[in-house]
Design a protein. Structure first.
Length: 397
């Protein structure tokens, strides 16, 4: 069974074609700058052949048509007939409260997604566009939506209601939803397997640390709290997002700098975080390099990043009444050795003993705590696309 996984953004679209018999990737690619000059498609098949197609990709439809052409190409394609694709799985950022699990997409689902689109105005409309185009180009193929918010829907009210007038929750759905749910769910499950324990008996803090970053407290297999909120802005320090701040700072800066709501939103989302503090870059590697050469703001940026994660681990341990495992994933979590050490050092009182030697590696599934550490620390590379492909397979079967 072959399944196409699509992550459709506003000007970019990522895709992977899976062979589900072996759960292997047959081909993958990325389309960039849709609707902007200089658009292109990068493609790679399972034999490592890489193709770059630079041409005008004015719309998502043109992009997906091109993607299908490359999959069928006699030179570097991996399909003889598009009918070999049995189903399409879509990553959808915001499912609101309507979607607590992955769902087969029909007209009523599209309608509900359109209703929650104002909760994620940058993400959901292009996600919906991807669905509509696939429906037009491959009308007989079942499509499945897999939501970033779904895994977090188990949170209790005390974790998701903000201390604002309750009517905003009722009228506009203002509450904590949380994101990266597919990743948190995947690594929590893998952690249980690696520790040879049942997920339903474990208290895990999962740390998804990439450009966007969030933590989840996963107790007995269910999320009880997570650091992102109504939008992916809340919580940790991220590449360009501020995470938690005193909300009064917002009107204060708006007044001082004479900014509109859109302008302050742009600053909080695009000009803050590691980039804002360091003044160097949103990429943690650049910030690490700058810190190594003595840049004070870069040093502080990394310290604040680690300190925020550490505080959340403490908070989530309290929320769960203990912790059995701390899991690191995504670009920084999988690769940044010093960041992992910086977060875990000082948590010995909780029962975490980092094994510096085991931690000295990048991008591999590994236990990085000492063998007698009461709390286990693990690195688990995430694989959101595989989860989307698996859910799609399960639902269409
Ligand atoms: P996104 O949220 O965009 O998917 P990623 O999960 O790819 O982000 O994470 C991007 C972050 O991971 C960047 O800050 C980058 O510096 C960091 N990163 C990626 N590879 C490495 C590495 N080898 N060492 C340290 N940091 C890395």
């Amino acid at each position: 069974m072959k399944i196409l996984v699509i992550n459709s953004g506003s000007s970019s679209l990522k895709y992977q074609l899976f062979n589900m018999e072996t759960e292997s990737v047959l081909a993958k690619g990325l389309i960039q700058r849709i609707g902007i000059s200089g658009s292109f498609l990068e493609y790679e098949n399972n034999e490592g052949e890489e193709v770059l197609i630079e041409k005008d990709i004015a719309t998502h439809k043109v992009g997906i048509e091109l993607l299908l052409e490359t999959l069928l190409s006699s030179e570097h394609g991996v399909l003889k007939d598009i009918d070999e694709v049995e189903a399409i799985g879509h990553r959808i950022v915001h499912g609101g409260e309507a979607f607590a699990e992955s769902t087969v997409i029909d007209e009523s689902v599209i309608k509900e997604l359109e209703e929650v689109a104002d909760l994620a105005p940058l993400h959901n409309p292009p996600n919906i566009m991807g669905i509509k185009v696939c429906k037009e180009l491959m009308p007989t193929k079942p499509q499945v939506g897999v939501f970033d918010t779904a895994f977090h829907q188990t949170m209790p009210e005390k974790a998701y209601i903000y201390a604002l007038p309750y009517e905003y929750y009722k009228k506009y759905g203002v509450r904590r939803y949380g994101f990266h749910g597919t990743s948190h769910g995947y690594v929590a499950q893998r952690a249980a397997k690696m520790l040879e324990k049942d997920l339903s008996e474990l208290k895990i803090v999962t740390c998804h640390l990439g450009n966007g970053a969030s933590l989840a407290a996963v107790k007995n297999g269910e999320v009880v709290d997570t650091s992102m909120g109504l939008t992916p802005l809340e919580g940790l320090v991220m590449g360009t997002r501020c995470g938690d701040i005193d909300p009064a700072i917002i009107p204060f800066i708006m007044e001082k700098e004479d900014l509109s709501a859109a302008e302050i939103d742009n600053i909080l989302n695009k000009k803050s975080g590691l980039l804002g503090i360091s003044g160097v870059s949103s990429d943690s590697r650049d910030v690490e390099n700058a810190a190594e050469s003595g840049n004070h703001q870069a040093e502080v940026a990394l310290e604040i990043f680690n300190y925020r994660v550490k505080k959340y681990i403490g908070a989530y341990t309290a929320a769960m009444g203990g912790v059995d495992a701390i899991v690191f994933t995504a670009g920084i979590g999988e690769n940044a050795i010093e960041t992992r050490a910086g977060i875990l050092n000082g948590l010995e009182y909780l029962g975490v003993e980092l094994d510096e030697e085991a931690n000295d590696m990048r991008g591999k599934e590994k236990v990085i705590s000492k063998s007698d550490s009461k709390v286990k620390a693990l690195v688990i590379p995430t694989n959101e696309e595989l989860v989307i492909a698996r859910d799609t397979k399960d639902l269409v079967n």
